[in-house]
Design a protein around this ligand. Structure first.
Ligand SMILES: [Zn+2]
Length: 213
């Protein structure tokens, strides 16, 4: 069975997920690497992590990337649409956290329809712009798992669109796309993991997004 553990360590961090399949990956890197690495070590030697995939470039999901990359030796994947954000305080919104955006190397870019084969799970990359231009979600269709980044959160919540590259119309279209999936477990970029009638929760997110347009 594939295990997923939330390993982010500080309150301001975006959620970081350690996915323990045949080829372990990390979904997002959080902002502060130290506590995250400590949590990872509860489950696995960090050097066994092969891949870090970022749902988007925002600092609370990527600030810890250089240190985690160094500690794991994993290759780092980011949307082809957000490679240019790396090291930029505005597009990564690191300024909101009073920090400078760190530089790090993107080893591979991802785009819509790509599949990350990590063993039992094949994670499909869905481009879901709106919260940021190159936001992605990852969907696993056999166990119906969605890593939603900051596109949707539990209980009908949605990613904010009032930062660089944000676009509410695009966000609505992206959430419409997510409502076409069958999702049993949602691993959001903030808030808690949920498996409680997730399709309905995503429908609520869509209604909410439409209402604030
Ligand atoms: Zn974000």
């Amino acid at each position: 069975m594939v295990e997923v553990h939330k390993v982010s360590g500080t309150a301001n961090d975006g959620n970081v997920y350690l996915v323990l399949d045949e080829r372990p990956i990390l979904v997002d890197a959080g902002m502060v690497a130290g506590p995250t690495l400590k949590n990872i070590k509860k489950y696995i030697d960090p050097k066994k992590i092969e891949t870090i995939v970022l749902t988007h470039c925002h600092h609370d999901h990527s600030g810890g990337a250089p240190e985690i990359k160094e500690a794991t030796g994993a290759k780092l994947l980011l949307s082809v649409k957000e490679v240019g954000c790396v090291g930029d305080d505005l597009t990564t919104v690191s300024y909101l956290f009073g920090q400078e955006a760190p530089e790090y190397k993107v080893d591979e870019t991802v785009s819509n329809g790509m599949v990350l084969d990590i063993g039992k799970w094949k994670l499909e990359v869905l481009e879901t712009p709106g919260h940021s231009e190159g936001s992605i979600c990852l969907y696993e269709s056999t166990e119906k798992v969605l890593f939603s980044g900051d596109t949707v959160f539990p209980d009908g919540n949605i990613g904010r669109t009032d930062m660089y590259g944000g676009d509410t119309i695009k966000l609505i279209k992206s959430i419409e796309r997510l409502t076409g999936l069958d999702v049993k477990t949602l691993y959001p970029g903030h808030m808690e993991i949920t498996d409680r009638d997730v399709n309905r929760q995503i429908q609520m997110s869509l209604r909410f997004a439409r209402s604030v347009l």
